[in-house]
Design a protein around this ligand. Structure first.
Ligand code: P6P
Length: 339
């Protein structure tokens, strides 16, 4: 019988990455080792997140981070796990974490050629109520392997990231990963019994469901382009006759969950204004959505072509199916033309 638990042909993240490396003669295995360290960190974070209530690491530390947000105990734990495993991989030169004001420059002896920008536990305000949260990461290769790493190695357009992904801690733990230029997004589900990420979503492409995702509580801050788009998905256009089916509204408030749904089901996710951070939220999600056949924009330009001016610089972001993002960009063009 072809029962799932009797499968003998499953592909793991480890051997998928190794196979990719074998197809790249110039690859020395550094990125493979780095991604292996990231996947180990995600397994560890998954374990801690799922035991949080039991380990009494729920709740806030009483401190606030560079984003002036309450720091959850799990934020600190997750950040320490990511920093330790990335440093110990010996493949990183710079770490940029949502939890640390400044970039971490890895000391000689442990230093490698990759810069990892990450949010160790994004959506952490949802931890205490059990809503899906996740780790988001984007990877640059240093510009000059013979030079001294500097902020210039990370204050770069997202088009220069070599890989990006997230790990969502939801009903299951799923690590989703893409490589620059591959046009392929793959999802691996953690089998906790064997401790391996097993390929479950090969070559993910955006679905076609009509879903919009935005925090409508912020409507008073939306510009006319966003307001115009929202009106168009809820009400029939003027003069429309016959049946009109509005879009469905879905909003988790955890970017990993909202983006994962958008890739699998389709639709659009928007966070206008400037809350989401470019290096470790907007860029990785944009690389993934574009590789999955979608589009990611600030509303006025391709998200990945933005150059962040500082480590924690923020941007508005509109991502999802090309059709929907194009509608928003067209509304911005009309808005700007009317000025
Ligand atoms: P709001 C979580 O704090 C986060 O950074 C993203 O994961 C999420 O998309 C967004 O903020 C939610 O923000 O204002 O809707 O709570």
């Amino acid at each position: 019988t072809k029962r799932e638990d009797l499968r003998t042909d499953f592909v793991t993240l480890t051997n998928d990455i190794l196979q990719r490396q074998q197809h790249q003669p110039q690859a020395k295995g550094d990125l493979t080792i780095l991604l292996s360290a990231i996947s180990s960190a995600c397994k560890w974070i998954s374990n801690v997140v799922r035991k949080a209530e039991l380990l009494k690491v729920i709740g806030v530390t009483g401190g606030t981070n560079v984003q002036n947000e309450n720091v959850q105990k799990l934020d600190i734990l997750s950040n320490q796990i990511m920093c330790n495993l990335l440093r110990d991989s010996g493949k990183t030169a710079i770490l940029v974490s949502e939890e640390d004001d400044d970039a971490i420059f890895i000391e000689d002896g442990k230093k490698g050629f990759y810069c990892v920008c990450f949010d160790p536990l994004d959506g952490s305000s949802n931890i205490d109520c059990g809503v899906s949260i996740g780790t988001i990461f984007g990877i640059y290769r240093v510009k000059d392997t013979h030079g001294k790493p500097s902020l210039a190695d990370v204050l770069r357009p997202g088009t220069e990231m070599v890989a990006a992904g997230y790990c969502m801690y939801g009903s299951s733990t799923v690590l989703v990963l893409t490589f620059q230029g591959s046009n392929e997004v793959n999802g691996y589900t953690l089998d906790p019994h064997i401790g391996e990420f097993v390929l479950t979503h090969r070559n993910m492409k955006l679905g076609k469901k009509k879903i919009y995702s935005i925090n409508e509580g912020n409507e008073s801050t939306f510009d006319d382009a966003i307001k115009g788009y929202l009106k168009s998905v809820k009400y029939p256009p003027p003069g429309h006759t016959g049946k009109f089916t509005p879009y469905s509204a879905r909003y988790v408030g955890s970017m990993v969950a909202d983006v994962h749904r958008t890739i699998l089901y389709g639709g659009i996710f928007m966070y206008p204004g400037g809350k989401l951070r470019i290096l470790y939220e907007c860029f990785p999600m944009s690389l993934l959505v574009e590789a999955a056949g979608g589009k990611a924009s600030t509303g006025r330009k391709r998200m990945l072509e933005v150059t962040p001016e500082s480590l924690h610089a923020r941007s508005g972001i509109i991502l999802g199916t090309k059709e929907e993002v194009d509608k928003v960009e067209e509304l911005y063009k009309q808005l700007d033309a009317a000025k």
